[in-house]
Design a protein. Structure first.
Length: 182
């Protein structure tokens, strides 16, 4: 089995980094949720804190890598413009130009007009929110076990980062199904 350069980067962007993001989210969510004084001994808190710190930073870094590879590697292929002479109203002639291919048909135009336009903006929320969580975990550290209000806010931001990434990933999968960049 061989992958083209575009397929390779699509796999890195969507499957590899997306999977790492999901795993980091699951670990970080469980770590934040259970980080309560009444559940932990002093030794347990000291053991758990570095893992939470690493997990939240991994999620933030992976979120940034996912958005950056999508924006600067995969997305330009989606926006590619055909050379002169290509009939812009013929979907068959636009197969290698995903954005124009979607816009050429009324049945697929909304995938670009709503799905892609929304995806390309909301996806940036995930790394921003994940970085805010990682920074806050770094700043407060073990105090988070006693600071329930901050921990709850982090859970909200963490979940919003996941939802933003999930929506962007879902739209990306559907758009790729309708008009692959590969």
């Amino acid at each position: 089995m061989e992958l083209t350069n575009r397929e390779f980067w699509a796999v890195i962007h969507g499957l590899v980094l997306g999977t790492l993001f999901l795993l980091a989210f699951a670990g970080g969510l469980a770590g934040l949720w259970s980080l309560r004084e009444r559940y932990l001994t002093a030794e347990g808190l000291q053991e758990r804190s570095p893992r939470l710190l690493i997990g939240t930073w991994v999620m933030a870094i992976v979120a940034w890598l996912t958005v950056l590879t999508g924006t600067f590697i995969v997305y330009p292929w989606y926006r590619a413009t055909p050379p002169e002479g290509v009939d812009l109203k013929d979907p068959a002639a636009l197969v290698d130009f995903p954005r124009l291919y979607l816009l050429a048909s009324d049945s697929t135009a909304e995938w670009h007009k709503f799905g892609m336009e929304w995806k390309e903006h909301v996806a940036w929320l995930a790394p921003i929110l994940a970085t805010a969580v990682a920074f806050t975990v770094s700043y407060y550290g073990m105090q988070l076990a006693r600071r329930g209000e901050i921990r709850r806010a982090l859970l909200v931001f963490f979940t919003l980062a996941f939802v933003a990434a999930g929506v962007a990933g879902l739209f990306g999968a559907f758009i790729t199904k309708a008009a692959p960049v590969a």
